[in-house]
Design a protein around this ligand. Structure first.
Ligand SMILES: [Ca+2]
Length: 131
């Protein structure tokens, strides 16, 4: 009896820890679905929104935009898969990614690494794609 109680306690602790880590995860909360990631270096601000984004054609959060505030040249954005393969790149005043690769194929749900280069600065982070 004592043993099974201990197991129950451990299981409930794991469940509690799991629910804690899930509640910290912006994926699982619909309230946090429209979020902005901001990064700043020497007066240049990068705003990535929305993160996560949902390229399913419903008109809501279908593209992620990379907005650079500051007096800069045109930024270049590179998107990498978790295996390191570059799947997308673009240059422009406010590059956007629609969740497709260079060949126009839909990329799967998951975390992608973005690297934005502007005026010798490199901003990196993770953009989350959800289908
Ligand atoms: Ca959408």
């Amino acid at each position: 009896m004592k043993l099974s109680l201990n197991i129950l306690f451990i299981l409930s602790s794991i469940a509690f820890a799991t629910s804690l880590s899930l509640s910290d995860n912006s994926f699982t909360s619909p309230v946090d679905i429209d979020t902005t990631t901001t990064d700043q270096k020497d007066g240049i601000t990068l705003m990535v929104e929305p993160n996560p984004f949902t390229p399913n054609g419903d008109g809501i959060n279908d593209v992620v935009s990379f907005r650079v505030d500051g007096n800069t040249h045109l930024p270049v954005i590179y998107i990498y898969r978790s295996d390191g393969k570059c799947v997308f790149s673009a240059m422009g005043p406010m590059p956007v990614w629609d969740g497709r690769d260079k060949q126009g194929r839909d990329m799967e749900t998951g975390g992608y690494i973005y690297q934005l280069e502007v005026d010798g600065y490199i901003f990196t982070g993770v953009i989350n794609l959800i289908r």
